[in-house]
Design a protein around this ligand. Structure first.
Ligand code: BG6
Length: 299
C-alpha cells in the first residue's frame, strides 16, 4: 500500500500504510490532527471554529508576521494579534514523497503536503495593513517516525520587510500537572504572566502548576521535550529557529476564552511553540528564510 492523500471539507488528509495520519485545514494551514500508533498527539478545543470564522483554538496555528499584539510603531502595527497567517485561506500546492529532511524517509513511509500563501491571496484590508509582497510555503511531512512542519518565507517584492513567526502548537497530554517541559535549562525568558521582565530558567525541568506564558529566547538545546510521569511523551526539535513559547492558560484564562472547551481542557494541553519571536527577521528582496519543527511522539 501507498501513502494516500485526499481533500475533503476544506482540509487535506494524509495517511501512511501504518495508519498514522495528519489532517491540515486550508484555513490557516492549521494542522488539526496528527495520529501516531492510533493515538492523537494534538489538542483541539471542543468549541474550536473549523469553518474559517476565526483562528482555530488548538492544533498548530501559524503565527505570521507578528507575534502577540504588534508594536504600534512597527510596519506590522495595524495587524491583529499573531498576524494573518492563522486566519487566511491557504492554497493546497500538492503532495510528494519527500526524500530529504530530518525524518527517516523513503518509499511508502513518508509523504509531504505543501501549502502556499502570498500577498495576492490576502483580503484587501490585510493587503493595505501590511503591503509587502511575500510568499509562504508551509510543508507538513508525515513519516513513520514523526512529523515535520517547516515554514519557508520569501521576499518576492522590491523592498525589505521584517517579520516574526511561530508555530503555535497545542499538544495533547493526559494531565498537565503530571508533565514537565524539559530542555530549556539556563535559557533566558520573558515571563508574560509575572512582570514581563527577563528571567533565567534555573531548573532543567519546568513544572506546570498554574498559568504559564513564557517566551524563551536563543535556546541552546535543540530539543524541548514534554515528559509525562517521568517518560518522554513528545520531543519538539527546533530546526533553524531558536526561540520557544510555553503557554498554558490554566483555570481563569481558559474560562475567559469563548472557544476553549471543556473549561478544564487546560489540563489536557500544553503549548510548546517554536519560532523566531525575539526581535525581527529581516528579508531583503529575493531572500528566503526557513524554520520549523521536527516532532517525535513516544505514544
Ligand atoms: C501565546 C501567547 O503564544 O498565545 C499568549 O504567548 C496568548 O500571550 C496565546 O494568550 C493565545 O493567543 P490567542 O490570540 O490565540 O488567544
Amino acid at each position: 500500500p501507498q501513502p494516500n492523500v485526499h481533500l475533503e471539507q476544506g482540509r487535506a488528509i494524509a495517511r501512511l500504510p501504518s495508519g498514522d495520519s495528519v489532517e491540515v485545514l486550508l484555513y490557516g494551514a492549521t494542522v488539526i490532527s496528527w495520529k501516531s500508533n492510533g493515538k492523537e498527539n494534538i489538542w483541539v478545543s471542543d468549541a474550536a471554529k473549523l469553518d474559517g470564522s476565526k483562528p482555530v483554538r488548538g492544533g498548530i496555528p501559524i503565527v505570521f508576521p507578528c507575534f502577540g499584539p504588534p508594536p504600534k510603531d512597527h510596519a506590522t502595527g495595524k495587524l491583529p494579534q499573531h498576524g494573518f497567517g492563522r486566519n487566511s485561506h491557504w492554497e493546497y500546492l500538492g503532495s510528494s514523497s519527500s526524500e530529504s529532511g530530518a525524518l527517516a524517509k523513503g518509499g511508502d513511509d513518508s509523504i509531504k503536503l505543501d501549502f502556499g500563501l502570498s500577498h495576492q491571496q490576502l483580503s484587501e484590508d490585510t493587503k493595505k495593513a501590511w503591503p509587502y509582497e511575500f510568499g509562504l510555503v508551509y510543508s507538513v511531512t508525515l513519516a513513520k517516525d514523526g512529523l515535520q512542519t517547516m515554514l519557508n518565507v520569501t521576499n518576492q517584492g522590491k523592498e525589505a520587510f521584517e517579520f516574526q513567526m511561530l508555530l503555535h502548537s497545542y499538544w495533547r497530554v493526559d494531565d498537565v500537572t503530571r508533565c514537565t517541559v524539559n530542555g530549556l535549562g539556563s535559557a533566558t525568558y520573558i515571563d508574560k504572566v509575572l512582570d514581563a521582565k527577563e528571567q533565567q530558567q534555573s531548573t532543567p525541568e519546568l513544572r506546570i502548576t498554574g498559568e504559564v506564558d513564557r517566551v524563551y529566547k536563543s535556546i541552546k538545546q535543540d530539543i524541548t521535550s514534554i515528559v509525562q510521569d517521568g517518560k518522554s511523551r513528545l520531543d519538539v526539535q527546533r530546526d533553524r529557529i531558536v526561540d520557544s513559547v510555553i503557554w498554558n492558560p490554566w483555570i481563569e484564562k481558559a474560562k475567559g476564552m469563548g472557544d476553549f472547551e471543556p473549561n478544564d481542557g487546560y489540563k489536557n494541553m500544553i503549548c510548546v511553540e517554536v519560532g523566531a519571536v525575539d526581535g525581527w527577521q529581516k528579508l531583503e528582496p529575493g531572500e528566503t528564510f526557513e524554520g520549523g519543527q521536527i516532532l517525535k511522539s513516544h505514544l
